[in-house]
Design a protein. Structure first.
Lengths: 338, 294
């Protein structure tokens, strides 16, 4: 075995061999350390927020969640109005964004000609890359006047019999925040949904089309059912983004405590209240209450993220899903064929 | 050839079904157009208002004396942004690559999954919460500093760098690994000298995307590095520094139109940097994927 001899003969190779022997465990230890750090950061975030909100939690307890006040002068704080503001802006923006985003994903995967596809896809993703502070600036100075002078008077005159569309038109407020959040959420849902549609096996599509389904029937009968859990997960991710957006919302929502049905009115969300009060919380209790708000946000984002992962997981079990999708496709055909 | 017995013209229900299908297609096209139109309106209005306020002073001067909105520039914020994002990258890039190497090359499946889930959850945490976290951990005791802001940005970048790296590591053909191992090269040398270098293009483009994202972040910096406004150009990471995003945020709330003009100009500069780098990185990543995948 000349090779072994040469190997053992060279001093260089001998140090190499030693290096190699310790190299493996060292690399493993270093990379493990990095991964452990990444996991530890999560724990650390939870710990710091819990300890930081301790004072507010001891003072207000869970009543914090059902109290409307946010009174700096009397040191009384509660999150109810902020939870309301967060819920209404996030739910409505996702409700507008989800159908739009799914339609965009359908257009990009099913209808658009190939060269247009890449370009349009890139443009939609660019929408997601715009920094939120720039969207906020645009929201105050460009979108705001449009909302005040055109959109809100129009909504008031056509749908003013509903309490949601009454009140003084204003450039800032819930409606402006919803529109800005919609712009942020659409590209997120669209890009995830687009990926999902491309993973649906082509034979399912072709099967449906060969059975005489129109393109829309193929989409409704095959594509959407096959991608449904993934779309729900994408919507959950978009919701998480809408809930957590602080800067753009704080710039356009008006920073007001109170619960009212009018979408024209001012409000505030959990995240935007934290951002809006950065210029110096005056008391320890106020700081602690802001951390309490952050803790609520953390819990919401955990629930949403873990939920989204649960929804995505069944997709990995392809065969079963595929069977279901195929069954549905055939069923749809049986029902709708002439 | 005999005449067809049945008419090939569509009629009745079939025509209705085709009409519905076309209407839905038009709706989908409309949605895509709407998204592109919104992008165009935002980009054009920022460019229109921002480009007018740009001049050489904007890049080379800092705040004019006495918080005077007229004249002066935002050099201090540009320097601050570079320092903040630079330090964050120095932390997040090596850490992210190591985490990805562990997940995709070395970890037992269960630990790899745990780490992946942790990264995804970290990625989903609102950035303002990161700001509060670093505030309670560092700033309450040690005061504001650019360094604190960089840590918050690094935590935001870490999952992005790690997941992007993991994705390209998975694309490295296993024949490369096998060839290297079969030649008697040890595992760590195979990983660090064969696998990672052949994925370096993808790792760097993934990092560029993370940098573009961090450069546009405002929320995590609010509590960490914004007070005690330094309006002269300062690059010391242990001082509180301003950033372009913080300047846009602050100037947008000022009533003076001269401040708003500066906010637009800063927004224009930031938008160009962020959109162009992320577009370039996405194109590079797509080409790189094609090269490795095909």
């Amino acid at each position: 075995m000349t090779i072994t001899h040469a190997h053992e003969g060279s001093a260089l190779n001998r140090t190499r061999g030693r290096l190699d022997r310790i190299g493996d465990p060292v690399l493993k230890a270093i990379t493990f350390g990095a991964a452990a750090l990444a996991v530890t950061i999560l724990g650390l975030i939870a710990y710091e927020l819990a300890s930081g909100s301790g004072l507010a939690f001891r003072t207000f307890g869970l009543h914090f969640l059902v109290t409307q006040d946010w009174n700096v002068n009397f040191d009384r704080f509660g999150a109810l109005s902020l939870i309301f503001g967060t819920a209404i802006t996030a739910v409505l923006s996702v409700a507008i964004a989800a159908p739009l985003a799914v339609a965009i994903a359908l257009f990009l995967t099913e209808l658009a000609p190939k060269p247009v596809r890449t370009l349009l896809g890139a443009l939609v993703e660019m929408l997601a890359a715009i920094p939120s502070v720039i969207l906020g600036l645009w929201g105050i100075l460009v979108l705001g006047p449009f909302v005040q002078n055109q959109l809100e008077p129009f909504l008031n005159s056509t749908l003013g019999f509903l309490p949601f569309f009454r009140g003084q038109p204003s450039p800032t407020g819930i409606l402006t925040a919803i529109l800005i959040l919609t712009i942020m959420v659409v590209p997120i849902i669209a890009s995830v949904t687009r990926e999902l549609f491309t993973t649906v096996p082509p034979e399912l599509r072709e099967g449906a089309l060969a059975l005489g389904a129109t393109r829309w029937e193929m989409v409704r009968g095959v594509l959407l059912p096959a991608a449904r859990p993934g779309i729900l997960a994408a919507v959950a991710l978009g919701f998480g983004r809408a809930v957590g957006e602080a800067i753009a919302v704080t710039m356009v929502i008006g920073a007001q405590i109170g619960i009212h049905p009018s979408l024209f009115g001012h409000s505030d969300t959990l995240a935007s209240r934290i951002a809006g009060q950065y210029q110096g919380a005056s008391t320890n209790l106020q700081v602690s209450s802001l951390v309490y708000l952050a803790t609520i946000l953390l819990v919401i984002s955990l629930v949403v993220n873990v939920g989204a992962q649960f929804l995505i997981r069944p997709i990995d079990r392809r065969p079963r899903r595929r069977r279901i999708a195929l069954d549905r496709a055939l069923e749809a055909q049986g029902l709708s064929a002439d | 050839m005999t005449e067809p017995i049945f008419s090939l013209q569509t009629s009745g229900r079939l025509r209705r079904r085709q009409l519905i299908s076309r209407a839905m297609g038009a709706g989908a096209a409309g949605a895509a157009l709407l998204a592109v139109a919104v992008l165009a309106v935002v980009v054009i209005s920022v460019a229109h208002r921002g480009a007018g306020a740009l001049n050489l002073d904007f890049f080379t001067q800092s705040q004019a004396q006495g918080y005077n909105p007229k004249g002066g520039g935002v050099l201090f914020a540009i320097v601050g942004s570079v320092v903040l994002v630079g330090i964050a990258t120095l932390i997040a890039l090596p850490l992210g690559v190591l985490v990805a190497v562990y997940i995709s090359e070395l970890a037992p499946p269960r630990l790899a999954r745990l780490a992946r889930v942790a990264l995804d959850i970290t990625n989903g945490i609102p950035t303002i919460v990161m700001g509060i976290f670093v505030f309670t951990m560092l700033v309450e005791a040690h005061g504001q500093s650019a360094f604190a802001g960089s840590i918050a940005l690094a935590i935001i970048m870490l999952p992005l760098v790690a997941r992007a790296t993991e994705e390209v590591l998975l694309l490295v053909p296993s024949s490369l690994r096998e060839a290297s191992l079969a030649l008697g090269v040890s595992r760590w040398r195979t990983t660090m000298q064969v696998v990672v270098p052949s994925a370096i293009g993808g790792i760097l483009t993934g990092t560029t995307l993370a940098i573009a994202r961090a450069a546009g972040e405002t929320a995590p910096l609010l509590f960490l590095t914004s007070l005690g406004v330094n309006s002269h150009a300062d690059a010391n990471p242990f001082h509180p520094l301003q950033s372009l995003t913080l300047v846009i945020f602050e100037y947008s709330e000022q009533a003076d139109p001269a401040f708003q003009a500066k906010a637009w100009a800063a927004a224009f500069v930031l938008m160009c940097v962020v959109l162009l780098t992320s577009l370039a990185a996405k194109l590079a990543l797509a080409r790189y994927r094609k090269k490795l995948g095909g």
